[in-house]
Structures are given as structure tokens and as C-alpha cells.
Design a protein around this ligand. Sequence first.
Ligand code: MGD
Ligand code: MGD
Ligand code: SF4
Ligand code: MO
Length: 728
Amino acid sequence: MNQTAVPFVDTHCPYCSLQCGMRLRGLPSGAALPVEVVERPDFPVNRGALCGKGHSAAAVLAPGTRLTTPLVRDAKGGPLREATWDEALDRAAAALAGTGERYGRDAVGVFGGGALTNEKAYLLGKFARVALRTANIDYNGRFCMSSAAAAHRNAFGLDRGLPFPLADVARTGCVILVGSNLADTMPPAVRYIREMQENGGSLVVVDPRRTRTADLADLHLAPAPGTDLALALGLLHLVIADGHVDAAFVASRTSGWEAARAAAMAHWPERVEAITGVPVAGLRRAVELFTAAGSGMILTARGPEQQSKGVDTVGAWINLCLATGRAGRPLSGYGCLTGQGNGQGGREHGQKADQLPGYRSISDPAARAHVAEVWGVDAGDLPGPGVSAYELLDSLGTEGGVRTLLLMGSNPVVSAPNARQVTSRIEALDTLIVCDVVLSETAALADVVLPSAQWAEETGTMTNLEGRVILRRAAVAPAGQARTDLHILHDLASRLGHEKGFPADPEEAFTELRAASAGGQADYSGIDYARIAAEDGVFWPCPAGEDDAPHPGTPRLFLDRFATPDGRARFADVSHRPAGEEPDAEYPLYLTTGRVLAQYQSGAQTRRTPELNRAAPGAFVELHPRLAERLGVVEGEALALTSRRGRATAPARITTGIRPDTVFMPFHWPGESRANSLTNDALDPQSRMPEFKVCAVRVERAVRVERAAPSGTDSTPGAGSALPEATR
Ligand SMILES: Nc1nc2c(c(=O)[nH]1)N[C@H]1C(S)=C(S)[C@@H](COP(=O)(O)OP(=O)(O)OC[C@H]3O[C@@H](n4cnc5c(=O)[nH]c(N)nc54)[C@H](O)[C@@H]3O)O[C@H]1N2
Ligand SMILES: Nc1nc2c(c(=O)[nH]1)N[C@H]1C(S)=C(S)[C@@H](COP(=O)(O)OP(=O)(O)OC[C@H]3O[C@@H](n4cnc5c(=O)[nH]c(N)nc54)[C@H](O)[C@@H]3O)O[C@H]1N2
Ligand code: SF4
Ligand SMILES: [Mo]
């Protein structure tokens, strides 16, 4: 299994969008793990630093932890059993083809993920459009930064997470971090915040909780969940009232100011205090800090984005940058801290329902013609846009909905909103085919499970939060019978009559991706593997230059003009509105959800990592001491949370670091403590992103005080390996 092990390979962490550089050292065959993670100081984003998830990433490579053999289920309700690749692939291909023939091609669906390399995301999109000819492909990035992506495009005409390298943060005058807990979610990024503060800059954190990130701040504002839109408008109101508008910038580089100005004027400070709970003095102080320095940045993450008004909310924060001239200039601008390892690249090359490679629109005739030519098909044969991720999941097994689903790189049984509903939809499918590296809670429901190779076993490119395209390199051969996702797509496509066009070789796939992206907004045509290796990554857009004059790539966007037709950034015309569900007499509290340092996403990988489970063994409910007293609850006592959609239980964690009207639950665990049993599936009208950050709940002492049982002991199939007992 270990035959290709080499002494050292430089690659990147499998988890978040920082894509920290790491070095893998091959271990002798017979060792418990094939590689160990060691420091790689030369990669500029993290300069050697890794968080615990990166350090422990090799644990999931252990053969006993991950999938190494294809599995099939002979009858609904029966057990999964081992199968040969031929049997499993034949079953999968027959279901994909059969469903299409019986119910129409759109009855076959594909669901991808932001953990997939660019090559996989590209070929998965092509597989859906060319081999299956279905419109119904979308991916978990819809749950992640789709609201920021839409707001970016509305304002700037182009969507890239950060329009500047992360290191620029260290030299700006003020950062407003909105709904980002980067001390837990991107720990190596904290150094840039600290450097900024050491250089005299200030940090404002906007979060309903006093997180580890808020502890770093010069000013922490704690609005009620779902009220950022009012907060941003209130800050703009004060910017106008106090004479801080950069009129020359507004006149020369923007459009739409009058409407934005009028909306802000309707959000006076006292009104905003009443909506958000943030005192007027806090609003004033934030404006002072942001306008005091000559430069500034506003960075959003999932807090303001995962709302049913996420696009408008991000638009309001962008308005604040534009009005103060903090955009399109060095060391200033708006940025979105993307989330998943390839959250950025994953949304550029065609696994999103409305997109073709190169960030092209599937509805644009010229884009269709270009991509169809690269693919050697007729543009008229390409499907149109499909439905968004949640809508796709909600259609599973229904009349006119998707009946056979190919899922690659997501675990929606744990991570989708209104997860009880989603789980029953998944169970109603005719056939579920899952490609995964572990037997996730969703894979455990599949009819066919295809074992995928992992990060250290494959080569491919990822695009980090800065738009930097980097290279993941294989250090060892896939364990057992696992195959790379590209290999699996190749095998499935051949069975569907496409012998050619789905290369299993990543570099060949990347060469085709470059051609497909050429001329698009996310143009990768000037990037190749050798160049990435030589340059610590290349920032897109990077069109093909001449041999003697290659394009340098684009670390900083918008310095001369924005990517809109007239080159001007567009203000958003937005006003505050309530969340999809507000607290009432029956469900009197806000629930908000998010992450802890030591677990990643649905936990499929990190709950299988002993070191991380020791650090974060189970879910909990954060609540304020005043609320705890009212409920008669003590620390560690089991709480039951109920929403209109479901129920979840977890032990109480009492802290003054949360608003008394709000409780918080992390979403990494399945079963009884699954936060997504509670969350609301209200969608943003433009981005179709679900409202993970706001819903209404009732909180009670759980009737029976159970021994804390974090995961692996619940009724969800495949909940995980044995875990420590106590949760605290
Ligand atoms: N440890 C760890 N790191 C991760 C991940 C992980 O699962 N675990 N996942 C990666 C991915 S895919 C992503 S998307 C990122 C997410 O990174 P973050 O966005 O930093 O993570 P979250 O914890 O989801 O949310 C951030 C904060 O938003 C706050 N919040 C809740 N409601 C609101 C609101 O209405 N307004 C505002 N302003 N704030 C609110 C929460 O209290 C929370 O502290 O992290 C990446 N990194
Ligand atoms: N309540 C609540 N819910 C949320 C959020 C929240 O803040 N609150 N955040 C949302 C966000 S931002 C996100 S990004 C989603 C993420 O949630 P999911 O989409 O469930 O993401 P992961 O848990 O990373 O699941 C990825 C799956 O793919 C597998 N995998 C990893 N790498 C590969 C690969 O290369 N190939 C294949 N085939 N499989 C692979 C993993 O083992 C895992 O089973 O959760 C969303 N859900
Ligand atoms: S910060 Fe993100 S990329 Fe870096 S080591 Fe941690 S999980 Fe991996
Ligand atoms: Mo995410």
C-alpha cells in the first residue's frame, strides 16, 4: 500500500480555505499511518503554522478509519456489503442511466462539494452536463458563501473571496470582522490581525457571541442574530451624518449612491439600537475606528451571510466600504473569508447549478458555445440552470424530483438545514450513490458507496480564499482499493458511453479546465502545475500570455477599475427586514449555530480523529447565566431544544459571552445533538442560501438527565467510532 512513499512531499491541508502549506514525511510500511505531517515554513499564507486539524489530518488515512472497499446494498433496509469495483460501478451506472430513461434526465441529480479539487469540480460539472445531461447539479458551497458571492457580483461584477492577499491585512488601518470567528476557524490568520494591531490598526468584531476572536478586538459589537443589515445601515448613517463620505471616490468610481444614501438615512442610530441591541455609543465608536485610519477592510464570514437576507446584508457592508472609499485601493476593500478548502475554486468551474467553467453563466449563449466547443458537444445539448442545493435535496424522491443522486464530497444528513426533512428525502430516493473517504452518516444510507482516495493520495489544484491556485501533491498510493474521484468519474463515464473526455489524470484534466476557463472571469489558462510549484501559487485571473511574457496573475483586483461594464462599483439599494423566523411566545429564543476549533463541518473526518475528539468530544448549548437561572439549569445539565422543525439535546455551557436572548450550538454532530434538526430552511431569494444563523427555539431541561453521549451512541447510522464519554 505504501509503495510510492517518498521522504518528503510539500502539499496542503485537506481542510479549510486557508489551504495551509504542510510537508508530509513518508513513514515505513508497517507504521500505523502512511505519512506524518511536519512543518513547511516556506508557504506564505501560514508560514509553517498549522491548527490542530491540520496537524492531525493524517489520522484519517488509517485503513481502519476510512473506506477501502466499494460497498453495495442489495435491498432497501438491508445491510451494506463489500463488492468489487466492477459490481459497484455497474450498479451505479445502471441506476444513473435507468432513472434517466424512465423519468427523464433531470430525475438524475449530482451533489458536489467545496472540498473537491478544481479538476474534480470541473469534471463533475462536465459529467452532469455531458454524460448525464441533467440540469440538476449543485453543491454544498451554496450553504457556504453563496450570499457573499452574489453580493460581490452585484457590487463589483466579479466574485473572488479576498481581492487582495491575506498578508495585506497586517498593513491596513482597521478591520471590521463581521460574523467570523477566525481564531477558531482559521487560526493561522490571527497573526495578520495581531500584526495589524501592532502596526497601530484596530479590530472591530461583530458577533452575537464574545468569541475567542472577539476577545482580540478593540471593539466588540454583539447584535441579535440576523440584524447585521440594520447594523451596517446604521453605521453608514453615522458616516454620512459625521461627514466621513469620500465624495470624490463615490463620484468617480461608484454608481447608485443616492438610493443607498436614502436607505441609510432611514436607519438612524436609535432605531438601529432598537433592532440590533447594540448601543448607539458602540455604533459611534465603530465609525470612529473605521474612519480614523487612511485605509480599512470589512471582512465577512458565515455570520452575516447564512441569513435569508444574506445578499442584502453583505451588500450593506460593501456600501460602507464604498462610501468611505475603502475599496479598489491598496490595503482597503471588502472581502469574504471563504470556508472550505476549495470553496473558491469549487464555485468557478461548473458544479454550481447556474455555472459553466471559468465562472461563466450557463444561461449565456456565448459561454455555452465556448464550453461546448471545448467539450466537443453541441451547445444546444447542454442543459440549462438547475435548482439550488437545498431545493435539490428537498426534491429527492418526490414526483417530478430527483430519484437517483450521485453525491461526492458532502454529508447533508448532518450539515443540511432542516436535516430531519432532508434525511427523509434522501431515504426516499430510488438510488443513492456516494463517493466518500469515510462512511459518513449520508454514505451509510447509500445503495452504492465508492471509496475515494484522500488528499495525501492524490494530486490536483485548489483555490484558496485569496484566489491563489495551489497544488496538492500525492505522497502515497491510495489505501486498499480506494480510487481517486477522477478515476471514479472516468469509470462511470465509460460505462455511460463516454470512453473519452473524462481523464483520470489530474494534469490532463487541468489542461482541459484551462482551455474551458480561457476568456472567462476566472481565467486559469496561464496557470500550469510547474508554475504553481515554482511560485507558491498563482492568483487568478491569469490568462495565457506569450511564452516570453507570461501573465503574472492578479493578487490584487479592482485597483484601476471594478469588473462591471462601466468600471464602477454599484451600491446596493437595501433596507432591513426581519429573519425568516423571529422569536415568539412559543419559541422565545434565537438559536444561532457555527463551529468549534477542533471539529470540521459535519465532523465526518474530524470525529474520526482521536486527538480532535479529545479536544471537542460533543455538542453543547451556550447560554447566558440569566437565561440559565430563569430555566433553573446548571452547567453541564442536559438541555432539550425545540424548533418548528425538530428537537435536539446537548449539555448546557453557561457563559456571559452570549446575549441572554440567544443560544448557540455547534453543528458538527449527528443524532440527538444534531443542530440541524432545528435550523430553518428559509432561503435567500437571490443566492438560495439557507438561514443557518437564525431561527427560533424553545429551551428546556431535558426530561431525563442523560449521561452526556456526544456521538457514536445515537440512532444515526455510521455515527462514528468509539468516543470518550464525558463532554466536558
Ligand atoms: N474549526 C473549524 N474551522 C473551519 C470550519 C469548521 O467546520 N471548523 N469550516 C470551514 C468553513 S467551510 C467555513 S464556511 C468557515 C466558517 O467560519 P466562520 O464564519 O468564522 O464560522 P461560524 O462559526 O460558522 O460563524 C462565525 C460566527 O458567526 C457568529 N454569528 C452567528 N449569527 C450571527 C449573525 O447573525 N451575525 C453575525 N455578525 N455573526 C453571527 C457566530 O457566533 C460565530 O462566532 O470555517 C472554516 N474553518
Ligand atoms: N447549522 C449549521 N449547518 C451548517 C453550517 C453552519 O454554520 N451551521 N455551515 C454550512 C457550511 S458553511 C458548509 S461548507 C457545510 C459543510 O457541510 P458538508 O457539505 O457536509 O461538508 P463536510 O462535512 O466537509 O463533508 C464533506 C464530506 O465529503 C468527504 N470528503 C472530503 N474530501 C473528499 C474528497 O476529496 N472526495 C470525496 N469524494 N469526499 C470527500 C468527507 O469525508 C465528508 O463526508 O455545512 C453547512 N451546514
Ligand atoms: S487553518 Fe485550515 S488549512 Fe490551516 S491547518 Fe487549520 S484547517 Fe488546515
Ligand atoms: Mo463553509
